[in-house]
Design a protein around this ligand. Structure first.
Ligand code: MRU
Length: 347
């Protein structure tokens, strides 16, 4: 299928054999450029600047990061403490997406076997993620279509939970791609996603490449679009899902969720099982990243707010489980708002 062939070349994260090749998401869609990372400082900086971003992609980058740290330790003669400190820096480079720490933790036990063994396990994680996303897409589309009747769907999404945010295909956008493949997407409302514009820059880029009709809207328009009856379903990704189904995702997701509940349309959260953090009983314990004030006060150094004014810049919010209609993972669909929480599912 032509769409598959084209999507195949959207690779956010790739291992070259001696480094991590990242598609630089800070310059998309204007420029399609890659950077190759071979040291820990470079990786931590790339994660913090959102060169690589999105929970599953961060997990894969973190896992390969351990191989990068091992290589650097060998080159520069680090002792065990220096190696541990470097791995800890990668693990903590961004706090909200549980996948980053989970990716590091998954490969760490293999460190004694060397960088090659670590990279092989990271590659396995990458491949699992793509397979999982395909399953999420199919389960999500089945669930949505089971409730939708025959009409073409108007889907609303927030931030970017696509191929760029994962090892390939995407979670929320994996569901959208699958719906489109079945001929069931009329249009996708893409929240621009302030302040770094992952929606207008990245999601719109992915949808346009895949030939899926879409319209970018201001984040502030989303609740009104939903309440006016212009959307049939909202599908978003997640950075961390607590045991009761509370879901952390990009700031602005809560407004979408409240509007969905008010309008009586489903809010579907699509995420791999690795994003579920059963150690957290509820969303109150999710660490919320706060990013630099400049991102709010004026993009790219062009200040729009008056001098002397401060900013509050939380990068994520937590949607209460009661507002999450369905959680789609690679193992199936849980109807969270109806009481089917991840913990009760007993996985
Ligand atoms: O700050 P970002 O761009 O890393 O935030 C990403 C999101 O909020 C995504 O929706 C989430 O990580 C899911 S990606 C499949």
């Amino acid at each position: 299928m032509e769409m598959d062939a084209r999507e195949h070349d959207v690779r956010a994260v790739e291992w070259t054999g001696d480094g991590l090749r990242l598609l630089d998401q800070t310059v998309l869609p204007g420029r399609v450029e890659h950077v190759v990372i071979r040291d820990v400082d470079g990786l931590v900086e790339a994660i913090r600047r959102l060169v690589v971003r999105g929970a599953p992609a961060l997990g894969v980058a973190g896992a390969f990061g351990v191989a990068i740290a091992l290589r650097q330790a060998e080159r520069e003669g680090w002792d065990a403490a220096a190696l541990d400190a470097a791995v800890a820096r990668i693990r903590a480079a961004r706090p909200t997406a549980v996948n980053l720490a989970a990716g590091v933790d998954r490969v760490r036990p293999l460190a004694a076997a060397g960088a090659e063994a670590v990279a092989a396990e990271a590659q396995a994680l990458l491949e699992e993620d793509v397979r999982g996303n395909r399953a999420i897409g199919a389960f999500g589309a089945d669930w949505i279509l089971g409730r939708a009747g025959d009409r073409p769907l108007r889907v609303l999404t927030h931030c970017n939970a696509g191929a760029l945010a994962t090892a390939g295909w995407g979670t929320a956008l994996g569901v959208v791609r699958e719906l489109h493949g079945r001929g069931r997407v009329e249009t996708v409302y893409v929240d621009e996603t302030r302040p770094l514009l992952q929606g207008s820059r990245l999601t719109a880029w992915e949808l346009a490449r895949a030939g899926i009709p879409c319209a970018v809207q201001a984040d502030g328009a989303a609740p009104s679009t939903i309440l006016r009856g212009l959307a049939d379903v909202a599908v978003i990704g997640a950075d961390r899902i607590a045991a009761n189904g509370d879901t952390a995702n990009k700031i602005g997701s809560v407004g979408v969720a409240l509007a969905c509940a008010a309008a009586g349309i489903p809010l579907v959260v699509a995420a791999p099982w690795s994003t579920v953090d059963l150690a957290l009983p509820d969303g109150g314990g999710v660490p919320i990243e706060e990013r630099p004030a400049e991102e709010i006060l004026g993009p790219d150094g062009a200040r729009t707010a008056p001098r002397g004014v401060g900013a509050f810049n939380p990068a994520f919010d937590v949607t209460p489980a009661r507002l999450v209609t369905a959680l789609v993972t690679e193992t199936g669909v849980l109807e969270v708002a109806a009481g089917e929480t991840p913990a009760l599912a007993g996985r």
